[in-house]
Design a protein around this ligand. Sequence first.
Ligand SMILES: [Zn+2]
Length: 155
Amino acid sequence: MLTVAAAVIGFVFFGVPLAAGAAPADEARSADVGAQAWSYTIDPSCAGWEGSIRQGANYWGDVTEGGGTPVRCQNSAITDCGFLAEGIEVTDVHGNLIVVGCNYGAGQLIKLFPGAVNDAALLAAHEFGHNWYGHSYDGCASWASPTDVMATTMC
Ligand SMILES: [Zn+2]
């Protein structure tokens, strides 16, 4: 069981294309993340975005609200997200890449710029995913699988 979980984590980290016969994404989610409960708290700065943030959190399963990772929101690009903190980028109206989400210390703190993206729930799911995972590949994030959620860019 541990071997399977480790293999799935490796798959997510290195972004190996899903081959026929590979573990389904839903299985990866329950095996790796669902195995241990986690929690988060929505800061008042996220007023109006609670539904999207909860949707993003619920994507990973076995979560409760209260305690755990604080989630803060802002109306500008995030400028203090270090390389290791795994920022997610989006292209702004000027064609520049800006950071719209950041998970500091794998669950110590999450900052979101939800107003900058088309799908704030996907942005939240991506940042919560950094509690366990790095980026899967360079490209557009989507809901297709946990691997796609962990892609680098909100398109
Ligand atoms: Zn990221």
